[in-house]
Design a protein around this ligand. Sequence first.
Ligand code: HEC
Ligand code: HEC
Ligand code: HEC
Ligand code: HEC
Ligand code: HEC
Ligand code: HEC
Length: 382
Amino acid sequence: MGSMFFTLMLLLATVVPGQSQGFHAGGVASCSGCHSMHSPQSGSQWQLLNSDSSSTCLNCHAGRGGVNSPSVFSPDGSALTPGGDFYWLTKSFSWLDGQSPGYDHGHNIVSVDFNLLSDPILTKAPGGNFPAARLSCVSCHDPHGQIGGGTSRGSPPVSRSGSYGAGSDIGASRGNYRLLGDTEYVTAGYSFRNGAPVARQSSVNKYGESDSSHVDYGAGMSEWCGNCHTAFLHNNHRTGGTSFQHPTGSNALFTPDTLNFYNSYLRSGDFTGLGATAYLQFVPFERGTINLQQLDPNSTQGPDATANVMCLSCHRAHASAFPNIGRWDFTANLLVDSHPATGDVGASGSDPYYSYYGRDIATDFGAGQGQFCEKCHGVTLP
Ligand code: HEC
Ligand code: HEC
Ligand code: HEC
Ligand code: HEC
Ligand code: HEC
Ligand code: HEC
């Protein structure tokens, strides 16, 4: 480790700690928030403050959730963030004739200090080669923000975090949406090929999600997931692991039928909705633009002909209460029968409530609500 370690200490010594806005502001965010400057005996590689990279992040990113709390690992499921709460990895549910194990609920990041272990079944990213044993926060997020700047398909570098689309920040300091790795990112010896996605979140409701305040996704998310799940992107979601086939990515454009359904669908059997208020947080889509100024986190407008399906139309990025990181329970014919349910072994009282981001399916959609695939297809397809 000799020369790398020396370089690190040299950098730590020359960077003046200072943070104007937020912790990850610009390239010179306070190094000492993550690296130890004064304890050369610290056990971890790179003199991190904790045993490993994820634990270092969770120092600040664990705790109760809230629209302005950056927690993504709550003690109770209350982190209702767009990416989702790693809490669900710790929750296994079972009932009379079924089960939903915790490891199936999310990306099993390894964090020794927070007792999070790698996936016991999957050894690699399905459809790719990224090793499950190496999965951590920095597998996806670049801890040093963006070195090169720039986003998917060559748009200019945007804002210190790239997440809020603030025009004044363009060019001032660089960063991708949510500090996600881009084509210059190498992690665990693995190089990303596809750029960071373009998306915009509300700078008021930074970590929350509702139909009227949500991440407005622009382009590149499926391609970005495809850095690790390559075959899912190129082979319409088919791999050895699943028989489910579905278009996703920039070419998976809405068709006239799917547009009509999305823009009129309110709940199973009810197509009296309007395009202007059609947006549903459980079924997001990409608007098909790399221009952040065309994205509006408070827009309730449904898709138009430039919009496309993406991985996050059906999945969350971190974790969810449901198998396969579903945004809803893919295994329930009627969503009121989703698990976790009250009475499941392993479920605490608030799990059903938080599983659908504080929304009650029966109240909001009715007891007859089917799979949210219907938002785009009208009916549940086989
Ligand atoms: C948000 C947390 C965080 C901050 C802030 C941070 N680092 Fe790091 N740094 C990490 C992590 C985590 C790793 C290990 C990366 C890995 O596991 O691949 C790392 C690794 C490194 C390395 C090893 C080479 C590499 O890039 O993998 C160097 C050098 C380094 N950091 C320097 C710095 C300097 C200098 C600063 C301040 C300008 C800084 N870091 C700020 C989290 C951080
Ligand atoms: C010393 C505390 C601290 C550490 C350590 C830390 N963060 Fe953060 N992080 C924050 C705070 C505070 C915010 C919220 C800043 C804001 O809302 O302006 C944040 C925000 C973020 C965001 C959202 C940025 C955006 O675009 O809105 C991401 C992603 C993130 N952190 C990832 C990480 C990762 C990955 C690590 C570990 C490598 C890490 N953080 C380590 C304090 C920390
Ligand atoms: C498999 C990739 C992946 C891993 C692993 C991952 N993230 Fe994320 N993270 C994302 C993506 C993608 C988003 C944006 C999600 C969205 O907007 O729908 C995100 C969003 C976030 C946000 C913004 C709030 C939210 O949830 O939307 C924070 C903070 C964050 N991540 C921190 C972390 C920390 C800390 C870890 C490790 C404990 C981590 N992430 C692990 C991909 C990942
Ligand atoms: C850095 C590599 C990496 C990236 C990027 C990545 N994943 Fe993964 N993903 C993995 C690995 C490794 C596994 C298997 C281990 C696990 O499930 O924890 C996995 C598993 C999954 C699973 C199965 C979870 C389960 O247990 O059933 C889904 C679904 C998934 N990823 C979706 C996504 C989506 C959606 C994105 C983009 C937002 C994404 N992944 C980005 C590495 C990645
Ligand atoms: C239209 C909805 C939809 C879209 C879009 C979608 N998925 Fe899936 N995904 C599913 C469903 C449903 C399952 C469960 C399939 C099954 O059980 O056979 C699943 C399962 C998975 C699994 C688990 C496979 C395993 O072997 O355990 C991974 C990984 C995954 N998806 C990744 C992705 C990635 C990456 C993308 C984008 C490139 C994506 N998905 C886009 C609905 C979707
Ligand atoms: C965000 C909108 C959206 C969601 C959500 C969605 N689909 Fe689709 N689906 C599409 C579009 C767009 C196409 C491609 C155009 C078409 O075939 O109508 C498609 C195509 C399909 C096809 C034909 C696939 C092929 O390769 O021929 C099937 C089957 C399908 N979807 C099933 C599902 C199922 C099951 C779900 C829920 C797990 C689902 N879809 C969720 C938009 C969506």
